[in-house]
Design a protein around this ligand. Structure first.
Ligand code: MOS
Length: 764
């Protein structure tokens, strides 16, 4: 018996027998394009983001950043700053309040910690990266604190440091794991098969550093209670319970005394997943000055203290005979992490799941640099790995003289090619078919389409992102007035979390949509899971389903005791929720509204809280979201400028719960992918380890004029094994985009660019 079979048997033992979800195929509120419930607030400027909370007596903090990569502070001259107008405190390692080590985050979704690294920042004189905070200035106003921060002089003693990825990449070593998976996968002998293959390609692809640039820069407001033992933190976070637990530990507080509030997050993309040091320093500063303190990072500040995407260098080699069936698939390479965190970005994930091949070699290595901790960024792993793999597939299709879509069809696996498990659901080829038709896919020879000075080309690539789900807890209260409230400490960073969960809960409760409220973004609510890994909708969905089932069973028990009750002989599986109450599935006249039941038993409401089951489905099946990205580019022959002129994403992500918010998610991902492909790049001084372009003027995110009309289509086929039949949609949009663009650029110009971004200089 193989290890996989053993695991599957064990999992099967623990998988609870579940009734099929009655809502799995039912379309009512689910599947409708409702507008965001928070849309109006946001458009009117009435949604309160972290830095906008009005707190009485608040003081303002600013950070001073290290200018060396490694070493120690020998002297901090702070007297000038202390004398500056409005200054309340200058906090350095010499006078910072006591803080314990933070717990670091756990990629498996445990909420015990959230720090991106466990460095003793500001607790000793050591420097770990160029940009590390070395002092916090607190003053009466934002201007005063920024002014005073400039007056601080720091002297350093520099130690030897490693900041050059290029200099170190040949010394890379395999990490212990990549997102809980082994760094290497070997099936057969891929090098030997490559050697013997009639057709082959073997190339190196490079991706640069990228930095987080959410529209809302990071910020914290910390408010200590008078007792010094109660702490309230306003923080834009993708994982508020983990932030809470971090501060319980760092300041020795009782869990019930720490509250994290995060009602709106202005974009996260992974950059607000773990705790960065500015949050802890704000909390410490508030303690030091005994007042509420706000620390809102400038755009430069976000570049200095919030990590970004690793650079990577990847080899992809493919071998086949002329039928195009892969005999060898090799993807190996190096990414960077730091000496103080360990995130080996999993660029090899797409290669593990996308294509059948007789032989595989997949291998990841990592180098350790003295920089800010690298971190998750939308489609981490998949987006950079997919660039290499999907560029290579296109190159191989050209080599084989097979249409690139046909090459994918030929190599579509029946089972997961490296895990050897069944797919829970996979209709990638269907997504390709539908996309090709809608896009009018043509496979013209390279450099054969022209419009004046503009060379035109089309490209296609596969999008892939794994399915994740975490346990979460939800509470539901059904009121006697026919309204209901669903509560969980979830996150709304623009995806439509609240909207979709209201649709879901209203459907399950049989209530009108405007009678259901969803409360989230506060750690005083039941513990939710993170908003990460494109997992939040199904994670919350499973917990909301469980809580509503519990509430319905309670209502049934309450109501059924009565001799006159219409429920006296109905069991839970014989009823359904509709028309504001519970009714017999068979006989529409048998049943009672919530209002009537609650009134009859003399209660104002019934309330239930439940935690969802563990994600056994992921252990049993290979689960993922899939898609096909189609694009057309126009390349100026004289200047090398690339314009994306058409884009279509065709997705296979299970059931689409809300076409409006889902389309927006896919589209946003594609826009971020266009930035990744063409303009975004962190310019990094490889001698000193300093980011040279920490501003939106020099780090070019796509703007409106860079983006064509983006069409989105999807299969909308439910996955029976996923809550609500849905797969994640938040991250898949970015995956495959850079490759589709590189492939289109090749088709337009005959020139293959294997290192991102595809800037004009690379095409001249
Ligand atoms: Mo995502 S990079 O898991 O926010």
């Amino acid at each position: 018996m193989s290890i996989t079979q053993k695991i599957m048997e064990t999992v099967a033992q623990f998988m609870p027998d579940k009734e099929p979800d009655p809502l799995l195929h039912k379309h009512g509120f689910i599947g409708k394009p409702f507008s965001r419930v928070d849309g109006r607030l946001k458009v009117m400027g009435e949604a309160t983001f972290t830095a906008e909370f009005k707190i009485e007596n608040i003081a303002y903090a600013a950070l001073v950043y290290s200018t060396i990569a490694k070493g120690k502070i020998t002297k901090i001259e702070r007297s000038e700053a202390e004398k500056s107008a409005g200054v309340l405190a200058v906090i350095t390692h010499e006078n910072v309040p006591k803080m314990n080590d933070p717990a670091t985050y756990d990629p498996a979704g445990d909420s015990s910690g959230s720090a991106n690294s466990d460095l003793p920042i500001l607790r000793d004189e050591k420097i770990y990266w160029n940009g590390q905070p070395v002092a916090v200035v607190v003053a009466e106003t934002q201007d005063q604190t920024e002014q005073a921060a400039k007056l601080i002089n720091v002297e350093y003693e520099t130690e030897d440091y490693d900041v050059s990825f290029d200099a170190l990449k040949d010394t890379a070593v395999p990490p212990k794991e990549v997102m809980s998976e082994p760094p290497e996968v070997k099936i057969g002998d891929a090098e030997d098969a490559l050697e013997k293959a009639e057709f082959k390609i073997d190339n190196i692809y490079r991706t640069p550093r990228y930095n987080h640039n959410a529209i809302e820069p990071h910020a914290t407001i910390a408010v200590w209670g008078d007792d010094d033992e109660t702490l309230t933190i306003f923080e834009p976070s993708q994982t508020i319970y983990a932030v809470k637990n971090t501060f319980v530990k760092m300041f020795d507080l009782a869990p019930e005394r720490v509250r994290v509030i995060s009602p709106f997050v202005g974009g996260g993309f992974g950059g607000k997943g773990g705790m960065w040091w500015y949050t802890a320093l704000c909390v410490a500063a508030a303690k030091a000055v005994n007042r509420p303190v706000k620390l809102a990072l400038s755009r430069e500040g976000v570049f200095r203290v919030v990590g970004g995407r690793t650079p990577s260098e990847q080899r992809v080699a493919l071998g086949a005979n002329k039928d195009g069936k892969l005999s060898a698939l090799i993807q190996s390479g190096v990414t960077a992490t730091t000496t103080h965190n360990n995130f080996a970005e999993h660029f090899s994930f797409p290669a593990r799941h996308l294509y059948a091949s007789e032989n595989f070699f997949i291998g990841q290595k990592v180098v350790f640099l003295d920089t800010v901790a690298n971190t998750f960024m939308r489609g981490p792993g998949e987006s950079i790995g997919g660039f290499a793999l999907e560029s290579a597939m296109d190159e191989f299709a050209f080599e084989l003289k097979i249409d690139p879509i046909e090459l994918r069809r030929i190599n579509e696996p029946a089972k997961d090619p490296t895990k050897d498990t069944e797919f829970s659901m996979r209709n990638l080829i269907e997504a390709y078919k539908r996309g090709a038709e809608k896009f009018d896919w043509v496979n013209n020879p390279p450099r054969s389409q022209k419009d004046g000075k503009w060379l035109i080309g089309q490209g296609v690539a596969t999008a892939y992102y794994p399915f994740y789900r975490f346990t979460a807890t939800a509470r539901v209260r059904i009121n006697a007035d026919g309204t209901a409230i669903v509560q969980t400490a979830a996150h709304e960073m623009g995806m439509g979390t609240a909207t979709v969960q209201i649709q879901h809960a209203a459907e399950r409760l049989g209530l009108p949509i405007d009678r259901v409220a969803f409360e989230y973004g506060d750690s005083d609510l039941p513990e939710s899971s993170m908003a990460g890994g494109s997992s939040q909708t199904v994670s919350i969905g499973a917990s909301v389903r469980a809580a509503i089932e519990k509430a319905h069973r309670e209502l049934l028990a309450l109501a059924g005791d009565d001799y006159d009750s219409p429920f006296s002989y109905l069991k839970y599986d014989q009823i359904e929720a509709r028309n504001g109450g519970l009714f017999s599935k068979k006989d529409a006249s048998e049943g009672e509204t919530y209002a009537s039941i609650l009134k009859r038993v003399g209660q104002d409401y019934v309330e239930a809280e439940e935690t969802s089951a563990k994600p056994y489905e992921i252990m049993k099946y290979s689960m993922g979201s899939y898609g096909a990205q189609f694009c057309e580019v126009r390349v100026n022959e004289e200047s090398g400028e690339v314009r994306v002129s058409r884009f279509l994403g065709s997705f296979d992500c299970g059931r689409i719960l809300n076409p409006k918010t889902a389309t927006s998610q896919f589209r946003g991902g594609i826009i971020m992918g266009i930035g990744m492909a063409l303009t975004e790049e962190t310019l990094f001084d490889e001698r000193r380890g300093r980011i040279m372009n920490p501003s939106l003027a020099e780090y070019h995110v796509p703007v409106n004029l860079d983006i064509p009309k983006i069409e989105i289509i999807y299969n909308d086929i439910p996955d029976e094994h996923a809550p609500l039949g849905a797969h994640g949609i938040g991250e898949i949009g970015i995956t495959g985009v850079a490759a589709a663009i590189a492939n289109a650029v090749f088709n337009a110009t005959g020139k293959r660019v294997r290192d991102l971004p595809i800037t004009p200089d690379k095409l001249l």
